[in-house]
Design a protein around this ligand. Sequence first.
Ligand code: PLP
Length: 450
Amino acid sequence: MQQTKILLDEHEIPTHWYNVVADMPNPPSAPLGPDGQPISPAMMQAIFPDNIIEQEMSAQRWIEIPAEVRQALTMWRPAPLFRAHRLEAALGTPAKIFYKYEGVSPAGSHKLNSAVAQAYYNREAGIRRLTTETGAGQWGSSLALAGQMFGIDIRIYMVNVSYQQKPFRRSMMQTWGAEVLASPTHLTEFGRKILAEDPNSPGSLGIAISEAVEEAASRADTKYSLGSVLNHVLLHQTVIGLEAKKQLEKIGEYPDMVFAPCGGGSNFGGLAFPFLADNAAGKKVRLVAVEPTSCPSLTRGHYAYDFGDSAGMTPLTLQYTLGHDFMPPSIHAGGLRYHGASALVSQLYHEKLIEAVAVPQVATFDAGVQFARAEGIIPAPESCHAIRAVLDEALRCKASGEPKTLLFNLSGHGHFDMAAYDKYFAGKLEDYDYPQEAIEAALERLPKVK
Ligand SMILES: *Cc1c(COP(=O)(O)O)cnc(C)c1O
């Protein structure tokens, strides 16, 4: 019988996270404060506890996963790796297609991997309350559950349009005990400012981040937690790639190409960085981040210092950005609607150690539906982006007869995104190409750094 599912035992959950900083040819760019000078840890202490700041700045290659975090991870890890035999047959491709499935977490995506670690470190630092933002709700639901597991109260600023469109994600967060607010709110200065300009503001991830950061910075008992972008979040996600490598090794396979959807960059970094370590040691595996054509930060953005939020309250990081005031078109892959990208992913892309492609919305759903019909699992709209790129590569292999080995991250399931699938079946989904004028205009509004 052909082997379809490659599993690991509980004791094979990684004992350490892998820190890509140790293997980067150049040190990572330093975040800057409002004065254009590198920020000191002290400036981050208003919103993060010391143990997280230490991780954020660390260049140590292997960082031990605390026993309690590993214990929490056993709830859904190790995650399975699948060989997509039925999809390969449907495509008639000589390529071998493997996928790591992160939808097995109770929250339905990879985001819980970092949520449990962040909740743990905050509890260790004596913090009892966290604020955060969420777009489609995947990060909010993950932190809600992690807060429940580690005894921390969670307040979530949820992008208003998603709050209205995704009532079940909201109910999930409430089930796990979190407080959920539609952002912009009247509770923060920045929220009030936005509402004064537009009482019906749909909100954006950038605005919600500003509100969550503003509240955390103004209260001594509260810190802030971010679900992507930052170095420590990508670090926590490396359990994905470390497990996948071990699983492939068990069956004597190694990928030629690795794909993951890319919003802030956490699941891409999580899967790809452990393979980048192999490239540093002489291997040649191509690592491809896949983003929407409607929000093409890596493929069309500027490589510049920019804020992580809309209000300009976060430190400036060197990143591929569409401008911090970017209002993304309302595509259904909510997790990919972010103006920028992780500094680590951006730098590695700039130095040509990783690749990026952008794919249009309708084609991602074509791919997701084809995948679901072959493999059974209904993918999250974000994950459909990676699937699109993998199908395109598998079809190129079919044309050329090249039997490449392809690996991708199925970052989450789409059970809470069926309204988007409904629209796809009704022919109501559109493709958006982000206009060149808007990209050029954003350049004018980037913060000026000497
Ligand atoms: C949030 C999310 C993403 C994108 O976020 P990254 O930080 O880039 O990983 C991708 N897939 C799913 C299922 C998500 O929830």
